[in-house]
Design a protein around this ligand. Structure first.
Ligand code: V55
Ligand code: FE
Length: 491
C-alpha cells in the first residue's frame, strides 16, 4: 500500500485513521448534566487512500460523520464514512482516482464527470434531515441514527445549484434555513445561488446573483432583515486549473467586498460595499441589524489563513506572522457610497460558536478558539496545520473575555453549544480535546464545559479508546429534533 505523504496534512493530529467503529457506554469521568440529551455530530476529513499527489491537503480528505450520543449521563460513539460517489468509486478501485483539491483536470480519466465532493466540512440539521456538506458540491443526506448515507440532497430537484455551502444559517424564530452555493453553475463561475428553505425543509426560493470575482465564499450571515455575503480576494482561475494548478490563490492587493441584500432573496437590491485589500475571514460569529445599521462580527485576518492558498498567490508568510482579530464591520444603509466602519472587538482566533437562539440578533456572548499565551507551541493538526489550544468566551457589548487555556501538548476542536433549560444558565459546550502522549501518539477526550464558566475547565471528560483525526465543524441536535428525523418516518 502506498504511504501517505509525510507532510503536515498527514502527520500529527492529521494522521489518517480511516476506521469505522462504534462503542457504547464509554467511561465518563465526572458527571454529564442530565439536560444534555441528544447528539453531537462531527465532520472529520480522513483520506481512505493515499493521495494521487504528494502535495494533497487536509481539505481533500473523505468526509467521515461521527456521532456522540448523550443521554442520561451516558455516552455512545460511532463514526462512518459518508458514501459519496467519490468515496464509493475509490473504494471499489482500492486507490485514489481523484487528483488535486478541487481540480478535476488532475483526476484519473476513469472518473471524468463524476461527483468530486467529499462532504467533509459541516454536519447540518434542518427540516428533520442531517446533511454532510462541503462547499464544492451538494450535501449528502445521512441517516442520523445509523449514519448510513442516503444520497445527494437537492430538495427533490428544486435547488438547481451544483453546490451548497457548509455554512447555512437558521433563523431561530421562523425555523427557516438560508443558504447559498457559489460556482453554482460550474468551476470558476461568479454565479452564486441563494436559497431559502422553510422550517419543514421545503425549498421556498432560489435566486442567482454574480459576485465581483470568483472567490471562496466559505461563510455568510443573516440578520432579521438581511443576507450578507463577504467576498475576500482568494480567487479561482480556470487556466490555472487546466494546467493542473491550485483552485485558490490569495491576491493580497485585490479589494474585498461585502454584499448586503434583503434576506428573502431580492438580489436586485444587493448593495456592494468595498473593503480593505488582502484581508480574509473564513468564519463569521454573527450579524444583526439595528435600524439602518448592520453589524457583522467576523474572525478577520490580514491574509488568508491557509498556507496553500497564500503560496499559490505568491505570498511567503509564516503561519505565526498572520495578524488579525475578532472584528466588527458596521454598514450604514441610510448612507450612499460603498464605505463602512471597522472596529476590533476581540483577540485573534477562529471557529466561533453562538447560541442558536442568538442567530441574526443582538447577542451577549459567543465562544471561539484561540491560542493560549502560556500554552507552548501549537500541535500540528487540523485544516491549517496548527491546532488551537484555548477556548475564549467573549461579550462584545462590554469587552469581557474569559479563557480556558490548555497546557503544553494539547489541542482543542470547535465546540458545539447545548442550551440549558435552567433560567439564567448559558448552557454547555461539548468539544474534543487531544493530548500528545508520545511522538506519534495522541489521546482524545470529549469534554463537557459550563458555557459561562469555561475557565473552570471540564465538568466531565470522556476518554476515547481509539485515535481520532481532527474535525472541521460539528452540530448539536437535541433528542427532540432527532425524534422528528425524516429518515425514520414511513417512506
Ligand atoms: C474550509 C474547509 C474546507 C474547504 C474549504 O474551513 C474551506 C474552511 C473542510 O473543507 O474545502
Ligand atoms: Fe467553516
Amino acid at each position: 500500500m502506498p504511504a501517505y505523504p509525510q507532510t503536515i496534512h498527514f502527520v500529527g493530529l492529521n494522521t489518517p485513521v480511516g476506521i469505522e467503529w462504534a462503542a457504547r457506554n464509554l467511561d465518563v469521568i465526572g458527571a454529564i448534566p442530565a439536560e444534555i440529551d441528544g447528539a453531537f455530530f462531527r465532520a472529520v476529513p480522513d483520506p481512505a487512500h493515499a493521495p494521487m499527489f504528494d502535495d494533497d491537503i487536509v481539505l481533500s480528505g473523505d468526509g467521515m460523520v461521527a456521532k456522540f450520543t448523550i443521554q442520561g449521563g451516558k455516552v455512545d460513539y460511532a463514526i462512518r464514512y459518508v458514501e459519496t460517489e467519490r468515496h464509493a468509486l475509490e473504494k471499489d478501485a482500492r486507490r485514489a482516482l481523484f487528483g488535486r483539491y478541487r481540480n478535476p483536470f488532475t483526476d484519473d480519466p476513469a472518473v471524468a464527470g463524476r461527483d468530486r465532493t467529499v462532504a467533509n466540512t459541516t454536519p447540518v440539521w434542518h427540516g428533520g434531515r442531517l446533511l454532510m456538506t462541503k462547499e464544492d458540491g451538494l450535501g449528502y443526506e445521512v441517516d442520523p441514527d445509523t449514519l448510513e448515507t442516503i444520497g445527494r440532497w437537492n430538495y427533490h430537484g428544486a435547488f438547481t445549484s451544483q453546490t451548497f455551502t457548509a455554512h447555512p444559517r437558521v433563523d431561530p424564530h421562523t425555523g427557516e434555513m438560508f443558504f447559498f452555493g457559489y460556482e453554482a453553475d460550474g468551476l470558476c463561475s461568479t454565479k452564486v445561488a441563494y436559497g431559502v428553505a422553510d422550517r419543514d425543509g421545503n425549498l421556498v426560493s432560489e435566486h442567482w446573483f454574480d459576485q465581483p470575482y470568483c472567490s471562496t465564499i466559505h461563510d455568510f450571515a443573516i440578520t432579521q432583515q438581511y443576507a450578507i455575503f463577504p467576498i475576500f480576494p482568494t480567487t479561482a482561475d480556470l487556466d490555472r486549473l487546466k494546467s493542473g494548478g491550485a483552485h485558490w490563490a490569495h491576491q493580497q492587493d485585490l479589494d474585498s467586498w461585502v454584499g448586503i441584500m434583503p434576506r428573502d432573496g431580492k438580489v436586485a437590491e444587493m448593495r456592494w460595499f468595498r473593503g480593505r485589500p488582502g484581508v480574509s475571514a473564513f468564519h463569521i460569529v454573527n450579524a444583526f441589524d439595528d435600524g439602518d445599521l448592520v453589524h457583522l462580527d467576523l474572525c478577520l485576518s490580514d491574509t488568508n489563513a491557509f498556507g496553500f492558498m497564500r503560496e499559490a498567490g505568491g505570498i511567503q508568510r509564516d503561519q505565526r506572522e498572520i495578524s488579525g482579530g475578532l472584528t466588527r464591520w458596521t454598514f450604514d444603509l441610510s448612507k450612499a457610497g460603498d464605505g463602512f466602519e471597522e472596529r476590533l472587538i476581540g483577540p485573534p482566533g477562529d471557529m466561533p460558536r453562538l447560541r442558536d437562539a442568538d442567530q441574526g440578533r443582538p447577542y451577549r456572548s459567543a465562544w471561539y478558539l484561540s491560542m493560549n499565551p502560556q500554552g507552548g507551541p501549537p500541535l500540528p493538526g487540523g485544516p491549517v496545520g496548527f491546532a488551537f489550544n484555548a477556548l475564549l468566551q467573549i461579550e462584545p457589548g462590554n469587552g469581557r473575555i474569559d479563557m480556558m487555556g490548555l497546557e503544553f501538548g494539547m489541542a482543542i476542536s470547535e465546540p458545539v453549544h447545548v442550551p440549558s433549560a435552567q433560567a439564567g444558565h448559558d448552557g454547555w459546550l461539548l468539544m474534543v480535546v487531544d493530548r500528545q502522549a508520545g511522538e506519534a501518539d495522541f489521546k482524545s477526550e470529549l469534554w463537557v464545559v459550563d458555557a459561562n464558566a469555561i475557565a473552570a475547565g471540564p465538568v466531565a471528560r470522556v476518554p476515547m479508546p481509539l485515535p481520532m483525526r481532527a474535525q472541521v465543524h460539528g452540530a448539536w441536535v437535541s433528542a427532540a429534533q432527532l425524534a422528528s428525523a425524516k429518515a425514520h418516518q414511513a417512506a
